[in-house]
Ligand binder design. Structure first.
Ligand code: ADP
Ligand code: RBF
Ligand code: MG
Length: 200
C-alpha cells in the first residue's frame, strides 16, 4: 500500500460491529456500512478499499432516510449531550480483517479522537475518547494517510498499545498544514452527506 490511492472519501452510516467490546477494550470504533445504496466511496467498490491502518478525519450527522444521502447538519441529537453532532474529529482508522481475530468480513472502523481538553477525551477505560452511541447516523470520512499494515497481535494488551500509538500518530499527522490535509478536513466539514463519490 502506498499513499498513491489516498485520500479516499467515504459517506455511509454507522452500523453495529461484532460487538466484541472495543468499548470494554476502551477504544470504540464506528463501523461503516458497506451496503449498496448506503455506501458511497471514492474508491468505487468496498472490496477495493486497501487494508491497513490510517489517519484521517470523520464527522457524524443525522440519520439517513431512504438509504441515500442525508443531512449532516449539527443541530439535533448528538454524540454527547447534543453538542458533538456535525463536528469534525481526527480519526485513527482500521480497514481490513482484524487479523488478531481472523474476521471473515472486511470492516472499515474509525475511532474518533476528541481534542485533549474535550470532556469525553479520557472517558474510556484505557483513557481514550468515549462518546455516547451514534449508531445509524450518517458518517463522512476521509482516509488521508497510511500508518502501518494491520497485524495479528498476541493478546489484547499489545493490540491496545499499538492502537494508542496510532492515535498519537494520527493526532500529530492531522495537525499538518499541507494542502491535502487542509482540503480533506474542509471536505469532511462541509459535505452534505449526499454526494456520489464513485464518479457515476
Ligand atoms: P461495534 O462492534 O458495534 O462497532 P464498539 O465497541 O466498536 O462496537 O463501539 C462502537 C460504537 O460506539 C460506535 O458505533 C459509536 O456509536 C460509539 N462510539 C462512542 N465513542 C466513539 C468514538 N470515540 N469513536 C467511534 N465510535 C464511538
Ligand atoms: N485489529 C487487528 O487485529 N490488528 C491491528 O493491527 C489493528 N489495528 C487497529 C488500529 C486502529 C487505529 C483501530 C481503530 C483498530 C485496529 N484494529 C486492529 C481493530 C480492532 O481489532 C477492532 O477495532 C476491535 O476488534 C473491535 O472490533
Ligand atoms: Mg466498532
Amino acid at each position: 500500500m502506498t499513499n498513491q490511492q489516498l485520500p479516499i472519501r467515504i459517506i455511509s452510516k454507522v452500523v453495529r460491529g461484532y460487538g466484541r467490546g472495543s468499548k470494554d477494550l476502551g477504544i470504540p470504533t464506528a463501523n461503516v456500512s458497506r451496503e449498496k445504496g448506503i455506501l458511497s466511496c471514492s474508491c468505487g467498490d468496498f472490496d477495493h478499499l486497501p487494508t491497513g491502518i490510517y489517519w484521517g478525519f470523520a464527522r457524524v450527522g443525522e440519520s439517513m432516510t431512504n438509504g441515500g444521502g442525508g443531512d449532516c447538519g449539527g443541530h439535533s441529537g448528538g454524540i454527547h449531550g447534543d453538542s458533538e453532532l456535525g463536528k469534525v474529529f481526527i480519526a485513527a482508522i482500521s480497514i481490513g480483517f482484524n487479523p488478531t481475530y481472523n474476521n471473515k468480513e472486511k470492516t472499515v472502523e474509525p475511532h474518533l479522537i476528541a481534542p485533549a481538553t474535550h470532556p469525553q477525551r479520557h472517558a474510556s477505560s484505557t483513557g481514550e475518547t468515549q462518546f455516547q452511541d451514534f449508531y445509524d447516523k450518517t458518517i463522512i470520512l476521509s482516509v488521508v494517510g497510511y500508518l502501518r499494515p494491520e497485524l495479528p497481535f498476541e493478546g489484547l494488551e499489545k493490540l491496545t498499545a499499538a492502537i494508542k500509538k496510532d492515535i498519537n500518530d494520527s493526532e500529530r499527522l492531522a495537525g499538518q498544514s499541507d494542502s491535502t490535509t487542509r482540503a480533506e478536513r474542509e471536505w469532511v466539514e462541509t459535505s452534505l452527506g449526499n454526494e456520489r463519490l464513485d464518479g457515476q
